[in-house]
Design a protein around this ligand. Structure first.
Ligand code: DX5
Ligand code: ZN
Length: 229
């Protein structure tokens, strides 16, 4: 996995057909997804429950791009090895999920994955300032985590601040939640390079009829790049 700051669209399979993940992943990649975003929820850190390591290992067999696993679970540390074995390329933990984010990020890298840290809408940018050298990605939540399809919360100032803190370091700045062709320009202008989008990518299509996925991805990308006509 090489590093660059070009806009990347990472469809969240939270909005895919849960009975057909393999075909959904292959369809969305064939339609132009740069990464595949996998939302792991535990019904404890967030009020929703999705899937765990065996399901993520099954997704791995279909992902040919980058499998970006977003943990919305607490605690994180006991499960790091399981997600490494499941084949996560990037494993992101929330700074709010426990008292020792520094140790968690070290353990994620120690297990051979790229390490991400996510911050909720109410959490300031400075919270991650002292762990940036342990990070490959910072995820700014633009909704309260737990569900797809929520309205975008504006975090422009936080994104600008994080770009400043990141400086020249090879760290991706990701936004997650409520990304659409309307909101993508705001986050891209504020410095985000990885745009997670669930409902805005999967709307209108299916694995049998995936053309809409491609059109949605192209529209979000063009909006972010400022080339939407
Ligand atoms: C929210 C998840 C997001 C979510 C995004 O808890 O982390 O990845 O699926 O979905 P949309 O794009 O529909 O807001
Ligand atoms: Zn997510």
């Amino acid at each position: 996995m090489s590093f660059d700051r070009r806009i990347k669209i990472a469809p969240s399979i939270l909005s895919a057909d849960f009975a057909d993940f393999g075909r959904e992943i292959r369809a969305v990649e064939a339609q132009g997804a740069d990464w595949v975003h996998v939302d792991v929820m535990d019904g404890h850190f967030v009020p929703n429950l999705t899937f765990g390591p065996p399901a993520v290992a099954a997704f791995r067999r279909h992902v040919t791009t980058v499998m970006d696993v977003h943990l919305m679970i607490a605690p994180v540390d006991p499960y790091i090895d399981a997600y490494a074995k499941a084949g996560a390329d990037i494993l992101t933990a929330h700074v709010e999920a426990g008292p020792h984010i520094h140790r968690t990020l070290q353990a994620i890298r120690g297990a051979g994955m790229r390490a991400g840290v996510a911050i909720n809408p109410g959490t300031p940018a400075e919270t991650v300032a002292h762990v940036l050298d342990l990070c490959d990605l910072v995820c700014v939540m633009t909704v309260n985590p737990g569900f797809g399809g929520q309205s975008f919360l504006e975090m422009t100032e936080k994104l600008h601040r994080l770009r400043e803190l990141i400086g020249d370091r090879p760290i991706h700045l990701q936004v997650d939640g409520g990304v659409t062709p309307q909101t993508a320009p705001l986050v891209a202008r504020a410095g985000a390079d990885v745009l997670v989008a669930g409902s805005a990518v999967f709307r209108g299509g299916s694995a049998d009829s995936p053309g809409a996925y491609g059109a949605n991805i192209r529209e979000i990308r063009a909006a972010a790049e400022g080339t939407l006509v």
